[in-house]
Design a protein around this ligand. Sequence first.
Ligand SMILES: N[C@@H](CCC(=O)N[C@@H](CS)C(=O)NCC(=O)O)C(=O)O
Ligand SMILES: *[C@@H]1O[C@H](CO)[C@@H](O)[C@H](O)[C@H]1NC(C)=O
Length: 271
Amino acid sequence: MSKPVLYVFGLSVWSAAAELAAAELYPENAIEYKTISLLNGENFAPSFIDKNPNGTIPTLEAEGKIYTSTAQVTSYLVKNAPTSVKAANAELIETIHADKYDPNFMLLLSRNDEDFKTKANFAHVYLGNPALEKHSVLPEAEAHKSFYEGKLASNGGLLALFKGEAPPAAKDDLFAKSQAHFDNVKSFLYGSLLSYLPESGFIGGNIPGEDDYHVCAWLTRIVASVGGKSKDDSLAAVEKAFGGPVPSKIVSYWGAWTGRSSWTKVYASLH
Ligand SMILES: N[C@@H](CCC(=O)N[C@@H](CS)C(=O)NCC(=O)O)C(=O)O
Ligand SMILES: *[C@@H]1O[C@H](CO)[C@@H](O)[C@H](O)[C@H]1NC(C)=O
């Protein structure tokens, strides 16, 4: 039987959730990894959209089937692993993937002109990727016309803002939306997330369970998005950004994850 193929990218938050699951549960050579560079827009190639109509990673091909969301990919990896771990709490998975807590938006989040300047470079590279348009005009792209139209419109709209081509009111909208997002993330991190976390160890017990891969990936991105660069400086960065001491459950959870070899493997740099 051929190996499962996991499509990943080293800077992707949700790819990291699947990579953590793979590193925790499978021997080194049990899974074939294929890198899809989001910075080069490889996820916009029609051949990739054929596999995942949303053009997102992680994506998994296994036993003739294809899994197109983080929840599906991770769930497959857990169910088919040689060892068993605690299965997911569907409510937590849905919550942590909710738009209001979207960890990817943290990279573009601009609450004021200073943020806006800091994020502009990434916004230009990511949203203005010429690969999207290039792939969209290929004959093979025809079958995915609505995907390309939607993506060009949404990326283009936000890019116009960062290029200073949009009306000032649109920029104010971005600032307001960003402030609301920041507040949502803060209230989750300092509030409702804690109800799912144990005092020590993992949601899955002494070892991480299915929920923990998602929560770790989300938390590590939040830490990275506020300037955390290593496991040791990270909580100080969180405290400074959100203006409050990090809750003890988060401190303990961060320590539990960052002590694992899977975390060290996936997070050579925080992302
Ligand atoms: N809801 C999807 C989101 C996955 C997602 O947003 N993946 C990002 C990387 S973390 C991606 O591939 N983005 C590329 C894009 O949206 O163009 C899931 O849970 O799998
Ligand atoms: C694409 O994304 C949407 C919105 O997140 C989701 O409802 C849909 O199931 C996804 N499609 C696939 C094939 O994963």
